[in-house]
Design a binder for this molecule. Sequence first.
Ligand SMILES: *[C@@H]1O[C@H](CO)[C@@H](O)[C@H](O)[C@H]1NC(C)=O
Ligand SMILES: *[C@@H]1O[C@H](CO)[C@@H](O)[C@H](O)[C@H]1NC(C)=O
Ligand SMILES: *[C@@H]1O[C@H](CO)[C@@H](O)[C@H](O)[C@H]1NC(C)=O
Ligand SMILES: *[C@@H]1O[C@H](CO)[C@@H](O)[C@H](O)[C@H]1NC(C)=O
Ligand SMILES: *[C@@H]1O[C@H](CO)[C@@H](O)[C@H](O)[C@H]1NC(C)=O
Length: 297
Amino acid sequence: MRWTLWIVLGLFPLIDGHPTLKTDQNSLETADAALNHQNGSLNSVLHLDDTEKAALETTRNDPAFPMKELNTSHYPATRAAKVAQHYLNYHHGSPFKWFMVHAVKKASSEDIPEVGKKYHIQFSVQEQATKEIVGNCTAEILFRHTEVQSAPEVNCTCDDLLKIKTSDADHALYHHIKHQPEPMTGMDIPDSHGNIPKEMEPFWYLGGIGASFIMWQQSNESTLYNMAHVHSVKQLNSENDLLAFEYVVLLHDMVSQEIIHWHMQVAWNPTQGVKVTQCHLLPKGTLKQPSAEKHKI
Ligand SMILES: *[C@@H]1O[C@H](CO)[C@@H](O)[C@H](O)[C@H]1NC(C)=O
Ligand SMILES: *[C@@H]1O[C@H](CO)[C@@H](O)[C@H](O)[C@H]1NC(C)=O
Ligand SMILES: *[C@@H]1O[C@H](CO)[C@@H](O)[C@H](O)[C@H]1NC(C)=O
Ligand SMILES: *[C@@H]1O[C@H](CO)[C@@H](O)[C@H](O)[C@H]1NC(C)=O
Ligand SMILES: *[C@@H]1O[C@H](CO)[C@@H](O)[C@H](O)[C@H]1NC(C)=O
């Protein structure tokens, strides 16, 4: 027997840009996840009859759908790990700390009928500034089968790497930027020779971490996004103690080989971390050719 959950969403703020959820879902997990994702005023009304409730109980008591071991070097595992990487960077990265999946150690997936596919991935992480292998993570990544693109849901726990502190460097950079007479600007990172001047590295990382938010939101099971290039970065006026930057970044989907351009505003300070406050996809062909303008910092 089919059952229906009606989730009446009140004011539905797009926390972290989560796309609007569909209001007619076919699983309690879906509803739970939806509720967990909310952070604003919310009314939830469940209309279930007893048979429907019983059906749900069975699902809940037997959550384990058959698990399929995956080859850790094949696309399904690496794509899911990449999503976890984006999630990790957006939540824990800084202008001096940028994480990459180093190796996928173990991977499995389960098909959850009428919901989607959930991946369980273990991987080691390399930090880009030091090139050190800094820890191991375990992640669950759920790609929901939805009509419109929705961000994969990610849980990610890591051991030592979250203890890495870059707060001295973060604070030094923050004060340096705050006390400059002119707003910081930059173009084309890396440059046409593939070089990143040392003083632009934190803005490359910061762009990468902001882009991670977009790449996480835009990912599905058949994408593999990396940030290819920072077209431009410009410091904006900000009225609070966050520094604000406007970026145009080029993202590369290695599966379709498409390069897409995104405009984003990124706010950062050493205590609150990185937040993408606005972002939108730029239509193809809107960018000028790379200009010869030099970095000003
Ligand atoms: C939810 O809102 C509270 C208060 O505005 C905030 O502290 C918290 O970080 C938010 N949680 C998420 C997941 O955005
Ligand atoms: C995983 O795939 C690679 C390349 O296709 C293959 O060489 C390797 O033996 C596979 N590993 C396992 C455990 O099947
Ligand atoms: C990651 O886990 C492996 C065992 O799977 C262990 O040998 C290694 O020391 C761990 N790495 C870190 C940085 O904790
Ligand atoms: C993440 O963890 C929460 C709490 O344990 C759980 O309810 C949720 O289903 C998990 N999400 C994923 C994608 O595994
Ligand atoms: C995944 O995203 C790409 C790029 O937006 C899109 O072309 C593709 O149709 C999506 N695939 C699925 C299965 O949603």
